[in-house]
Design a binder for this molecule. Sequence first.
Ligand SMILES: *Cc1c(COP(=O)(O)O)cnc(C)c1O
Ligand code: SF4
Length: 337
Amino acid sequence: MITVSPGARITSSAQPDWRQLWRDAVTDSRELLDLLDLGHLADRLPAADAGFALRVPRGFVARMRKGDANDPLLLQVLPQLLELEQVPGFVMDAVGDLASREAQGVLHKYQGRALLIASGSCAINCRYCFRRHFPYGDEMAAAGQWRQALEHVRQDKSINELILSGGDPLALATSKLEELSHGLAGLPHITRLRIHTRLPVVLPERIDAPFIEWLRSLPLQKVVVLHANHANEFDEAVDGACASLRDAGATLLNQSVLLRGVNDDASSLTALSERMFAAGVLPYYLHQLDRVQGAAHFEVSDDRAHGLVEAMRGCLPGYLVPKLVREVGGDPSKRPL
Ligand SMILES: *Cc1c(COP(=O)(O)O)cnc(C)c1O
Ligand code: SF4
């Protein structure tokens, strides 16, 4: 639709550019609270951000409930005083990433799959993020420099699936992704490309026409693993992004993190599975929290986690029940609980 207002230039209500929306994200806790009519809570904010700033796209803020300090989307992004507590067992490198590094930006932990740290940036900063302390500056595979990573993958013919992760790999410009796919053209043992991304959920505008064209053109099997933790994270724009991804030939899965106060009840988890399936997405993993410093207040006990998944099994078809797992450094796979 084209709208023309008197004296103004012609503007199109087609999707705004995702980079602009990325830059426009809310980065100030007080502003976020004001937008949600929660300004009176500002004195409960930590004075410092514990080295991990607030960042949340405005479209995601629009899905939060106004006036609700316990909104499940808000709790995922708002810095809290609790983060500053040192809790024994909650450490900087919670999943042994640094031990599994095989080349710059390449993590190779599991048979057949190599994971590339394709970007250190995310459109959103999730407070529970297991990589909040990751030394991205040293470890980026990409920023357009795929050479070392591709060389590693070329030499190891046991790898058939390349996983783009981060940070968020779709933080990269589509032209950078094209450079990667050109590099992959000479590696016939790579048959699958998997993308781990939260962007279709938190900034669905990223799934624009050039990106979809790129994805569709890949002569590989394509899997996109989304990351949503609550049914309220889905809206029409997210549905549209998911539909485009499926049209481009991608299988859509979702991984969630079990988070105290956000989704640690059977009805939230059930609603999440139902809602994602309505968007054409199947649940994959439900992760027990990685024990990363500053995230202890989100932890749910294994016993409770078990009970929640059993409750889901009691009211959902089997394909809508995610696998409950924990990542343990040194294990040959994610560990089922
Ligand atoms: C989680 C992870 C994978 C993918 O594991 P799947 O069980 O296949 O989803 C691959 N490599 C690394 C380093 C990982 O952390
Ligand atoms: S999108 Fe993923 S990698 Fe980025 S901050 Fe959130 S949990 Fe961490």
